[in-house]
Design a protein around this ligand. Structure first.
Ligand SMILES: Cc1cc2nc3c(=O)[nH]c(=O)nc-3n(C[C@H](O)[C@H](O)[C@H](O)COP(=O)(O)OP(=O)(O)OC[C@H]3O[C@@H](n4cnc5c(N)ncnc54)[C@H](O)[C@@H]3O)c2cc1C
Length: 474
């Protein structure tokens, strides 16, 4: 290949992390080729489903109210990850989140104050006007205007590496060289076979992952992640750890997005297919708990559960896209949901009898709790006694997986502890460095934006160095 036709930087992926990398590399003067596996109409990966970015700020800033200082952000991350995080990299993400919005605006992203039903994150999270789809469209437009070359339906199947350095990528039979490369091809959440292997078989002989739904793109198959791990890149994270939400069981297998989330769990009870409760539905505010319910449902028989509310809860949560099953009696509700009516009525009666009188307030950790029923419901426990009754079948919905490649603060891929000179990684493919487990809303985009920008910049620098090497050799 003629060195002048070789792009400086090859970016693999077409979501937020890839686009941030492509834009930064181009701004640094590099020629950039971006390869997106998806066709144009499906471009943007999981990023196109997002709504917001968690941002550090020391004082009110445009759409963000009050303050959300570095230490509070860090403590929030520390808590949700149970300490399985890299403090240096996490703080890098946090600080970057306070400075990136002007750059994002320059590339066409607009922000708006949150609407109601946005998980109470007005203080901490900046919302994208038009959502993630508008964000990726703005970035693609800006990238094209700046001269980034973009190819769709270009899934990279493998790389050519030499001594820990990137040489070329393969799309089908086509070999594409570049002086440096950024991997931003997402996690492996769309790969049901890999999820199946990772989750294995449970004690009931079931393969739980067979019943998972994928909330986002179908294109994050993890083939490059697998390739890199097999090629000896240092990996981080547990393959079963992922952001997993309980979503409407009627959601499509892929790309159901945020509207399939069921947000009434803390207002009622949740039972499994045996009509038994299995977890405290009122443990904490829903924004702090919604991401544990995917795993909880995954642990139930047949990986299904049912969120049950009565008429008192209607209007108190964001209505899901599909209406709930509605009935005037508990027996009829059980019949429509396919539950044993006797067992279901007993579970509800036991729960109702255990509810202590209190002052219901869904905006505080109120004093409405149960006594003498297991598991307890510690807040917002009110009897389910007012028809009509509603039920929503729930399935585990995988948002994104946390197994990834180990990085340093320069986003370099590592082999045997040594950073690669020209291969970088960003977004879900390395989010596990910061998110060992757990999640707090808006951190996915914060990680992708911070590391995408670093990776793009570093790749441009690495390419310039290589170009110098080419010239010296000529
Ligand atoms: C429904 C939903 C809502 C979410 N809401 C939020 C939110 O509000 N805030 C937040 O911070 N996070 C949110 N997230 C998480 C967020 O989407 C991710 O953390 C973030 O988008 C990851 O960005 P990424 O660029 O790494 O991956 P993606 O955006 O998924 O991009 C990966 C890209 O790589 C491409 N690709 C995959 N394999 C290959 C290959 N072999 N060759 C070439 N291209 C390939 C894909 O087509 C895709 O374009 C949400 C996720 C979902 C599913």
């Amino acid at each position: 290949m003629n060195p002048s036709s070789i792009p400086d930087v090859l970016v693999i992926g077409g979501g937020n992390a890839a686009l941030c990398a492509a834009l930064m590399a181009r701004e640094a003067g590099a020629s950039v080729l971006l390869l997106e596996a998806a066709p144009r109409q499906w471009r943007g990966g999981n990023s196109s489903h997002t709504r917001n970015l968690r941002c550090m700020h020391d004082a009110p800033q445009d759409v963000l109210v009050d303050a959300y200082p570095e230490e509070e952000y860090w403590q929030d991350l520390l808590k949700v990850t149970g300490g399985i995080t890299n403090e240096k990299l996490a703080r890098l993400v946090i600080r970057a989140s306070s400075q990136c919005r002007d750059w994002m605006r320059r590339h066409g992203v607009h922000f708006q104050p949150p609407l109601s039903g946005a998980l109470h994150v007005a203080r901490t999270n900046a919302f994208f006007m038009g959502g993630g789809k508008a964000l990726v469209n703005a970035y693609f437009r800006s990238a094209e205007n700046l001269g980034v070359k973009i190819r769709y339906e270009a899934p990279v199947s493998r790389l050519e590496l030499k001594d820990g350095q990137f040489v070329a990528a393969w799309v089908g039979d086509e070999r594409i060289e570049a002086r440096a490369c950024v991997l931003a091809a997402g996690g492996f959440e769309s790969n049901r076979e890999w999820l199946r292997q990772a989750w294995g078989q449970n004690e009931r002989g079931e393969w739980p992952a067979d019943n998972f739904l994928i909330r986002g793109t179908r294109f994050n198959m993890g083939n490059l992640l697998k390739f890199m791990i097999e090629a000896g890149a240092d990996a981080i994270g547990d393959p079963t750890q992922a952001h997993m939400v309980a979503i409407d069981a009627r959601a499509p297998l892929y790309d159901g997005g945020i509207c399939t989330r069921i947000d009434c769990v803390s207002l009622g009870i949740v039972v499994n297919e045996n009509a038994q409760r299995f977890y405290d539905e009122g443990e904490d505010f829903w924004p702090k708990r919604y991401a544990i319910w995917g795993r909880l449902v995954a642990q139930q028989p047949s990986q299904i559960a049912y969120s049950i509310i009565d008429a008192k809860s209607v209007g108190r949560f964001m209505p899901p896209v599909f209406p709930g099953v509605r009935a005037n009696t508990l027996e009829d509700l059980a019949a429509q949901l396919g539950l044993d009516a006797g067992a279901f009525v007993k579970t509800v009666s036991d729960y109702n009898a255990a509810c202590q009188a209190g002052t219901f307030d869904h905006t505080t950790l109120d004093d409405c709790h149960t006594n003498g029923v297991s598991p307890a419901k510690t807040h917002w426990a009110r009897p389910i006694d007012t028809a009509p009754f509603y039920g929503y079948a729930l399935r585990p919905g995988v948002t994104f997986t946390y197994l990834g490649l180990k990085v340093d603060e320069h986003a370099a891929v590592h082999f045997g502890g040594q950073p690669s000179a020209n291969l970088f990684v960003a977004g879900e493919m390395m989010a596990g460095n910061v998110l060992g487990k757990g999640y707090t809303a808006g951190v996915g985009m914060a990680i992708g934006t911070a590391f995408g920008r670093i990776a793009g910049n570093r790749a441009a620098m690495a390419a310039k160095k290589k170009q110098g090497e080419y010239r010296a050799a000529a």
